[in-house]
Ligand binder design. Structure first.
Ligand code: SAM
Length: 229
């Protein structure tokens, strides 16, 4: 794949990057997203950050082969370590990882995250970890999206600085996504409920508090979903 044939998932992530942005794409892999946004003349500058040597080298090759070295700098480092104050980054994208890993990168690099105006995050699973991090660090959700591609369902969360309140149900389902109740949203959570019900049905009958707690947590999540769907 080259950056001209970007996945729908990354195109949607890119759609939240504002014209003239100075972007840090963390965990950039082949740097497809910044290359695409540079070709579209949306970004002024981007850092493609990678912590692993193989993907870092792929990103370097991609940026070079697309003639974008003036616009995109490929940097090797852990998470937001690759961002410097003088980069004047306005947007950060972190896509294609689990929610807990994205939240960990943000927590470890929160001083750098605070340099940006907007965070565009695309967790493959457990978006809840990001909503919890946002809540604790004074970022608010300004947009949420859910999409399906190649039979996988992805969420996108867009954060800007500000305060918000979230109930436990909203942390799980997404405050905006649960209002929209799109068909993809319904598909995702119907699927999860079936899986949770299967787990609950197979939990051993026991007095063990950990097993009982697990059952109660799952029942609570099933209830949250049923209230919305
Ligand atoms: N962002 C691209 C996308 O959405 O298609 C690539 C996703 S790929 C599955 C995840 C990438 O994140 C890998 O290349 C991995 O090396 C990188 N990564 C994981 N943890 C990282 C970290 N702490 N800092 C920078 N990159 C990281």
């Amino acid at each position: 794949m080259n950056s001209e044939q970007l996945s729908e998932r990354l195109k949607q992530v890119g759609s939240y990057v504002r014209p003239g942005a100075r972007l840090a794409d963390i965990g950039s892999d082949h740097a497809y997203l910044p290359c695409y946004l540079a070709h579209q003349a949306i970004i002024e500058f981007a850092i493609a950050g990678e912590v692993v040597k193989g993907p870092f080298q792929s990103a370097e090759r991609q940026v070079k082969s697309e003639g974008l070295t003036d616009t995109i700098e490929v940097r090797m480092g852990d998470g937001l370590d690759v961002v410097r104050a003088e980069d004047a980054i306005s947007e950060i994208t972190i896509a294609g990882m689990g929610g807990p890993l994205i939240a960990k990168i943000l927590e470890r690099g929160k001083v750098k995250a605070d340099l940006a105006e907007r965070l565009i995050l695309q967790p493959n699973v457990h978006a809840r970890a990001i909503r919890e991090w946002a809540l604790q660090n004074n970022w608010k959700i300004i947009a949420e999206e859910i999409l399906e591609e190649n039979e996988k369902i992805y969420e996108i969360l867009v954060l800007e600085k500000g305060l918000m309140e979230l109930t436990d149900q909203q942390k799980l389902l997404g405050p905006l996504l649960m209002q929209d109740k799109s068909l993809v949203f319904q598909k995702k959570w119907n699927r999860e409920v079936v899986e949770w019900q299967r787990i609950v049905a197979n939990l051993p009958t026991t007095e063990r508090p950990d097993v009982q707690q697990k059952g109660q947590e799952l029942e609570q999540k099933i209830q949250y979903v049923k209230e919305v769907l």
